[in-house]
Write a protein that binds this ligand. Structure first.
Ligand SMILES: Nc1ncnc2c1ncn2[C@@H]1O[C@H](COP(=O)(O)OP(=O)(O)O)[C@@H](O)[C@H]1O
Ligand SMILES: [Mg+2]
Length: 577
């Protein structure tokens, strides 16, 4: 019924929970006082001890209790808000902190959609736990005990005892359904996350789905998933309603019993009229807090299921604290094995030696593992065995920050953010002057275009949607040059762009190569022909490595690829003529 982990997360919230309980208890006391005044007044009126025109004073007293109750009720709502706010903030900080510890490797552990859902919706769900359930949990015990003494001293200990004994029937009923509820809600939450993640994916891929007219199919798939979700939701609701019926039976049955006993005592003459009215009016209060706990319990079960997921994420083994800083130097891969998932190894023991300031090409057919090598170098994935060192430092010990300062990765699809060209460039060098920015834009042949627009303040749409493919890649290169790191990895950085842009980018890469380490991944062999060394990969193995001329002489895998590409290009040229 209680999750210790959640309470430990945020001890600060305890004071608000205690405050909430105290205020609720004060509210109960005010309620009791008000009922007492009503009971005594009615009794006095009935017995002729009070003239009807004298009821002004009791009415003022009643009004006073109502005013105090208004403030206690407001106070407890405020406490409930503060408790959940503190916890939500803390929980989000923890998730974020954990995420930072994983760095760019987080995708090895969770999907982005799952993470978004956990940290937004999942954390929001905790509100009901801290704001409602926990305070109610204590109040539901305190309230009947308070009333027990009020009933005992003010009327009949027998009735007080019977009512108190009946109260635990409600939590008993809750416990009975808890087992079923837990299973059902875990399924519900799982289904919910799945539906959310499918929705996000389909929305992002809408253009593709439309292109292949697969949106109808996906629609149908989502409909089926929503149907499953509807089904499990209905099951949850049925379970909740059934358990509420049971709880109501005990709550109102118990209250009725109290009323009957009080009335019987009054009829027998063992109880005064005022005491009888007092007990009749307050009987239900014995059970209502517990009954409310029952309904909160259902709401909170949902947040428990969500918090289980969050704790699962928070408990994941963190990568060991890294202390080494890498700078530049040789990059060495020694018998590196790597698999994204256990069932299929992608790299089968590759070794590379990339000397500082050399220009190295990595080529091979699509899917042979080129980008995977880049992803290992960028620390996005961890090697399974072998050794990967940068400047003599094992990559496993190197801080992400120093790694990111050492290497710059430029893919064929660089990310830009909504904002100005300046904002996007300054990501790479926050203290860059306008002069620095124009210098790199000049190098990448973007100055003329940007000057015709709004200069450095030219606005980029989401992912630079208002630039052409070639312009976008040249801007990516400009940003990369600004970063001024000792090592650059170009992963198909010139694929799918116009020839002019490609020429500009390639010549800039050659210029960079004079004093930087360049790793150029390309399926077009001509782009790496002048590299100091070329590694030719073949399904996760290094088939051969040497210079372009040597590799042609060897007449191996590289030479074969070269001939195929040359033929294709000649064919293209002939076709164009
Ligand atoms: N994130 C991933 N999860 C699982 N498998 C992957 C992932 N990325 C790539 N692969 C697989 O690894 C192999 C090598 O991919 P990659 O290194 O991207 O090839 P390429 O040489 O074309 O860059 C491919 O068979 C691909 O299916
Ligand atoms: Mg690739």
């Amino acid at each position: 019924m209680f999750d210790k982990r959640l309470m430990q997360v945020c001890p600060e919230s305890k004071k608000y929970i205690v405050g909430n309980i105290i205020l609720q208890w004060l509210e109960l006391c005010m309620n009791a006082i008000m009922v007492l005044i009503i009971a005594v007044t009615v009794s006095d009126l009935y017995n002729g001890n009070l003239e009807p025109f004298n009821i002004g004073f009791p009415i003022i007293l009643i009004a006073l209790t109502i005013v105090v109750r208004f403030f206690t009720a407001r106070g407890s709502t405020r406490m409930s808000y503060l408790a959940s706010k503190t916890v939500k903030q803390k929980m989000r900080e923890m998730i974020y902190g954990k995420l930072l510890k994983f760095g760019s490797k987080y995708r090895e552990q969770v999907t982005t959609a799952e993470l978004v859902q956990e940290s937004v919706e999942g954390v929001d769900q905790l509100e009901s736990y801290f704001g409602m359930y926990v305070p109610q949990f204590f109040y539901a015990f305190i309230a009947p005990i308070t009333l027990f003494f009020l009933f005992g001293f003010g009327g009949s200990w027998a009735t007080a005892t019977v009512l108190l004994v009946c109260v635990p029937l409600i939590p008993g009923a809750i416990m009975m359904v808890q087992k079923i509820a837990k299973k059902l809600l875990s399924k519900y939450w799982g289904q919910y996350a799945q539906l959310g993640s499918a929705f996000l994916e389909n929305l992002q891929g809408m253009t593709t789905l439309k292109t292949y007219q697969a949106d109808g199919y996906k629609n149908q798939q989502m409909n089926e998933e929503s149907e499953n979700f509807r089904f499990v939701t209905m099951k949850v609701l049925t379970m909740q309603i059934n358990s509420i019926i049971i709880m109501d039976f005990f709550a109102y049955g118990g209250a009725a019993l109290g009323i009957l006993m009080a009335t019987r005592d009054f009829v027998k003459g063992n109880l005064g009229l005022a005491n009888c009215i007092f007990m009749i009016l307050l009987s239900a209060e014995f059970f209502l807090p517990m009954r409310r706990l029952g309904s909160y319990f259902h709401v909170t079960m949902n947040s428990m299921a969500a918090s289980d997921k969050i704790f699962k994420f928070l408990k994941l083994d963190e990568p060991a604290e890294k202390t080494e800083n890498c700078t530049s130097g040789n990059i060495q891969l020694d018998n590196v094995h790597f698999a994204y998932n256990e069932s299929r190894e992608i790299l089968h023991g590759i070794s590379m030696n990339i000397p500082e300031k050399s220009f190295v090409g990595i080529v091979g057919e699509s899917g042979c593992g080129k980008s995977t090598v880049a992803s290992l170098l960028m620390g996005r994935n961890t090697i399974n065995s072998g050794e990967l060192t940068i400047g003599g430092k094992n990559i496993a010990d190197v801080t992400e920050e120093s790694l990111m300062k050492t290497l710059t990765y430029i893919s064929h699809n660089s990310t830009f953010f909504k904002g100005s060209v300046r904002d996007n460039l300054m990501l790479a060098k926050p203290n860059a002057s306008d002069f620095d920015l124009w210098a790199v834009l000049d190098r990448c042949n973007l100055s003329a275009f940007l000057k015709s627009e709004n200069g450095l303040d030219t606005v980029l749409l989401e992912n630079a949607g208002n630039l052409s493919g070639g312009q976008k890649q040249r801007l990516a290169l400009a940003r990369a040059i600004l970063h001024d790191s000792p090592v650059y990895i170009f992963d198909e950085a010139t694929s799918n762009i116009d020839v002019e842009s490609e020429e500009i980018i390639l010549s800039e890469i050659r210029r960079l190569a004079k004093n930087k380490t360049i790793i150029m991944i390309s399926h077009r062999l001509a782009n790496v022909a002048d590299a100091d060394n070329i590694y030719c990969l073949e399904s996760g193995n290094i088939a051969e490595s040497s210079t372009h001329n040597e590799l042609l002489k060897n007449n191996g895998a590289y030479a074969k690829l070269w001939r195929t590409q040359a033929e294709l290009e000649n064919f293209g040229k002939e076709a164009a003529v």
